[in-house]
Design a protein around this ligand. Structure first.
Ligand code: UGA
Length: 434
């Protein structure tokens, strides 16, 4: 079986590499020639745990190659996955221009027996519209929709051992082909669910939006905890033990970020309205998440007695979550910029040493080490839940700071433990003794 994957963003690249690990012959295509040259030289455009090793292994085995010639790459493919970006437009709708550009480029050369699978997150109706678009060009091929549920930082694991695989198909040929592609996962009893095209498209948005709602919900419960004397971590444990609720995505924090939840919640709401349906819960979640960042800024200002100017603030982590160097829609952008604008002297330590972050916070100082980042600090603000922060030596940090204040937007520590080291500890959804 020959597979072509169009787009070498994190979805396309992870999928392509993992399909080659399944044993298929895979060609990954991108119109960014420099990116392709780098990949041909085994240099990855993103950091993703475990990806480099699999890429090198499968390139050496001759199963994985990279090209910028899209038209050529689809000539002999049995199955073509489109995994290009669908960024949000100014009005919140999904920009489908990259999807259609790819479809137009492959139309004249694609093997007519191939199945064309959309993997990009696209509004309901898009896969069928792509089929019709190709039909108008005289190209009649089978189409399918296969959403991805890959978390950045855990994408290889998520691909290799997913909770489920959703396959939107409309004929037997597409069903058989996709069943063959995902056959290696049957060995692990992975649920493979076949649906219609529209159901598969909506499943992706509904899943991301539901997780976003869950986070928004626990963040509002955290606000309530702070004023009523409850502890949000314990409330989350109590809720999560109910199997109907589950314990995942109940960690209160600075609000969700990244390239998916912010974009997909807006897009869902936008296209639902076009169908005449209102996503009021999702809309409120978006509003609540935007407000969350302002709340976090107020929390930091309050903890610092509104006295930020000239203060040295040590930031722990700026990426939108741990195990990635991705800064897209990171809550840190609004939070750190508010501190910079208020005249703080910012120093940042982020274990990813994100280059994107350095271009965003130009006036900040950067540390190579979490302890150096604390030297002479008036306050520490934890924004990202990097595992290494959980294990820091608080006594060492206490020796280095000027003033012992930790504002922890991820609830990494036990309150009693931090206070025992002589710190004032202001976290999320838990009592704070000023
Ligand atoms: C998300 C989904 O989890 C994937 O299933 C999906 O495939 C992907 O979007 C996508 O559409 O491509 P991702 O954006 O990589 O994956 O990150 P998540 O781990 O879901 O985290 C999203 C945000 O929620 C982060 O800012 C994270 O810090 C925040 N979060 C997550 C919380 O604030 N609390 C939690 O309990 C969990």
């Amino acid at each position: 079986m020959k597979i072509t994957v169009v787009g070498t963003g994190y979805v396309g690249l992870v999928s392509g590499v993992c399909f080659s690990e399944f044993g298929f012959n895979v060609t990954c295509v991108d119109n960014n020639e420099q990116k392709i040259k780098n990949l041909q030289n085994k240099q990855l455009p993103i950091y993703e745990e475990g990806l480099e090793k699999l890429l090198i292994k499968n390139m050496q085995a001759g199963r994985l190659s990279f090209t910028s010639d899209l038209a050529e790459s689809v000539k002999e493919a049995d199955i073509v996955f489109i995994a290009v970006g669908t960024p949000a437009k100014n009005d919140g709708s999904a920009d489908l221009s990259y999807v259609y550009a790819a479809v137009d480029q492959l139309a004249s050369t694609i093997n007519r027996d191939a199945v064309l699978v959309i993997k990009s997150t696209v509004p309901v109706g898009t896969t069928r519209a792509v089929k019709n678009h190709l039909h108008e060009k005289g190209v009649d091929i089978s189409v399918a929709f296969n959403p991805e549920f890959l978390r950045e930082g855990a994408a290889v694991d998520d691909f290799m051992s997913p909770d489920r695989v959703i396959l939107g198909v409309e004929n037997k040929k597409a069903k058989d082909m996709l069943r063959a592609v995902y056959r290696p996962l049957y060995a692990f009893n992975t649920p493979i669910v076949f649906t219609g095209l529209e159901t598969a498209e909506l499943s992706k948005y509904a899943s991301n939006a539901f997780l976003a709602v869950k986070i928004g919900f626990i963040n509002e419960i955290a606000d309530l905890c702070e004023v009523c004397g409850a502890d949000v971590k314990e409330v989350a444990i109590a809720m999560g033990l109910d199997k109907r609720i589950g314990d995942k995505f109940l960690q209160a924090g600075p609000g969700y970020g990244g390239s998916c939840f912010p974009k997909d919640t807006l897009a869902l709401s936008f296209f639902a309205k076009k169908f005449g349906a209102n996503m009021t819960i999702v809309d409120k979640t978006v509003e609540s998440n935007n407000f969350r960042r302002k709340k976090m800024i107020k929390k930091i200002f309050d903890a610092c007695d509104n006295n930020i100017k000239g203060k040295k603030i040590s930031i722990f982590g700026v990426t939108f979550k741990a195990n990635t160097d991705d800064m897209r829609e990171s809550p840190s952008i609004e939070i750190v910029n508010a501190l910079i604008n208020a005249g703080a002297d910012i120093s940042i330590y982020d274990p990813s040493f994100s280059e994107q972050a350095k271009t965003i916070f130009k006036s900040a100082n950067w540390s190579n080490d979490v302890y150096d980042n604390c030297n002479n600090a008036d306050a520490i603000v934890i924004i990202t839940d990097w595992p290494e922060f959980r294990a820091v030596n608080l006594s060492e940090i206490r020796k280095r700071v000027k003033y012992p204040l930790i504002i922890d937007l991820r609830n990494l520590y036990k309150v009693s433990e931090v206070e025992a080291h002589g710190f004032k500890y202001c976290s999320v959804g838990r009592a704070y003794k000023k």
